[in-house]
Design a protein around this ligand. Structure first.
Ligand code: SF4
Length: 266
């Protein structure tokens, strides 16, 4: 997309600046798509790539140009070195210790560790529960046949699907958001922070907490629907609850953060 088109999109008065920084990225279900520059850009890019029949050829041609340009630069450097009497093959490169990874501290934080563990816990739970869902489907199908008074199999199936979708959507969401919140907190601590501006650490932690709230809600409904497996779901809920409390105590101001758009527009 060219700069002019980007400017045009950004000038739309409905756009809320920075709204996409603290959302859950579930655009399909977002009520703010017409206020989000990120959504508008993605839609535009999708449209452009559908329209461009020669997209692949163009990118291959561009890669070739870059490759040729690197090759010529390398040849030029070799020629200049030879003229100066320097043999590039003979140059000894001193090995230096790599700089410490600034994200390592964040990775070791109890919130990140628990968020990463949660990803595996959820995968394992679903992988080992195919029978449970099959039995549930059989029970619901029987209800349809018998047509028990007061039962509503269709809503039951829809609710089950909704909760599974929410769990799966947020499963991989906390970890990067927690990592970003911890990274920003470190940055704000090291460089200082002007309180006139919102803290990215609090905003990132807030959306992580919201995702945890929604996951806890979804698991709670799933537990009520799948009573045969209530105990294993309770363990997951306990893990999530511990993670939520640890995150709340690490980021005490997160809940009060005002997210652009979501927490402002009535
Ligand atoms: S604000 Fe809404 S539309 Fe924009 S990226 Fe986030 S979820 Fe998608």
């Amino acid at each position: 997309m060219d700069l002019e088109r980007l400017d045009e999109l950004a000038e739309d008065p409905r756009i809320v600046s920075g709204i996409h920084n603290y959302c859950d990225r579930w655009c399909e279900r977002c009520g703010f798509t017409d206020r989000c520059l990120n959504f508008a850009m993605e839609r535009e890019e999708k449209k452009e790539s559908q329209e461009s029949e020669s997209g692949v050829d163009d990118s291959e041609a561009a890669m070739k140009v870059v490759e040729q340009s690197l090759q010529s630069t390398l040849e030029l450097v070799r020629k200049m070195a030879a003229e100066a009497g320097v043999d590039l093959e003979d140059l000894e490169v001193e090995e230096e210790d790599p700089p410490p990874d600034p994200r390592e501290g964040a990775r070791q934080h109890p919130c990140s560790v628990a968020a990463m563990e949660y990803i595996g816990i959820v995968d394992t739970w679903f992988e080992t529960r195919t029978d449970l869902f099959r039995n549930k489907a059989v029970t619901v199908a029987r209800q349809v046949v018998v047509d028990l008074p007061g039962s509503d199999p269709e809503s039951e199936v829809n609710a089950l699907k909704e909760n599974v979708d929410a769990i799966r959507w947020y499963q991989h969401f906390f970890y990067p958001k927690i990592m970003r919140a911890l990274g920003s907190a470190e940055h704000e601590r090291e460089r200082g922070h002007d309180d006139e501006f919102p803290r990215d650490s609090a905003g990132s932690a807030k959306i992580a907490l919201i995702a945890m709230d929604r996951s806890i809600d979804a698991w709670t409904h799933l537990r009520d629907a799948l009573l045969d497996d209530a105990d294993s779901i309770l363990d997951i809920l306990a893990h999530l609850e511990r993670l939520r409390r640890t995150a709340e105590s690490k980021f005490p101001n997160a809940r009060a953060f005002v997210r652009p758009g979501f927490d402002e527009v009535p």
